[in-house]
Design a protein around this ligand. Sequence first.
Ligand SMILES: [Zn+2]
Ligand SMILES: [Zn+2]
Length: 299
Amino acid sequence: MRLGVHVPIAGGLLEAVARAQRLSCTTMQIFSRSPRGGPAPALSCEMAGQFDRARRSAGLEPLAVHGPYIINLASPEPAMWQQSLRLYREEYARCTALKAQYLVTHVGSPRGDAEAPAIARVAEAVSQTLESCDSDVMILLENTAGSGQGLGCRFEQLAGIRAQVRDQRRVGVCLDTAHSFAAGYAIHTAQGLQRTLEEFDRTVGLAHLKLVHLNDSKVPFEARVDRHWHIGQGHIGSEAFGRIVTHASLSHLPFILETPKSTEADDQRNLAAVRRLAAGSSAPRPRTMKRRTHAAARR
Ligand SMILES: [Zn+2]
Ligand SMILES: [Zn+2]
């Protein structure tokens, strides 16, 4: 399986690769800049080249870049839409320089405006961005938890955007497990997962699913709030993640964890949990349990 985490870039791009390597990742996701705004740090050809060589020799494939949150391609305000488009084009060019495979994109909020024109605005921004740059980078529309006035919590909406983009070959979808669950897709049960994937196939098409964000949910089913949690410790649960990572329609895809972390050890624990589940064992094995077993054996 191809498994990785969202890696911070605070220490620089080469440190991000080193960190992914320490965690034995086989794929990775980064921000290319601060996700909450401010000018993007300069990206020299030399730095981009060094990063690309380091990443490839570490076997980290594919590279996904998550777009900044301040972009709203669905905005009904022309000035905000233009500003978002300018930033988005800049981000797409940065992904191209970094030789990323994917730019993960939140489709934004229509701020109370109707759905159809909002979908058209996102599709137009994506089309113009793809036309602005000779690039192989694929744009992945990410499904959302459905909070507030956001767009993109229903698969039909993502399919609708993709259908209106002029160069559809460079547009796919990223599915986030925590967002799907919070938006009302019952991926926590065996039957619900099957139905969800069937619905995805009918609307978007499973061939266009390129990446999975693997996150447990701190909030219950259909809560419509985006709260990522540690794998197996949230409302989706270990059993469900075992089914997700081994499902025939998903197991070939890259999985990226965006679970909470204060240190690398948090990522280590979540990666270990996923690897156990992928190997077919769902029993958690914290160290304390092991110690107790040894003690029992000695008695
Ligand atoms: Zn995500
Ligand atoms: Zn999220």
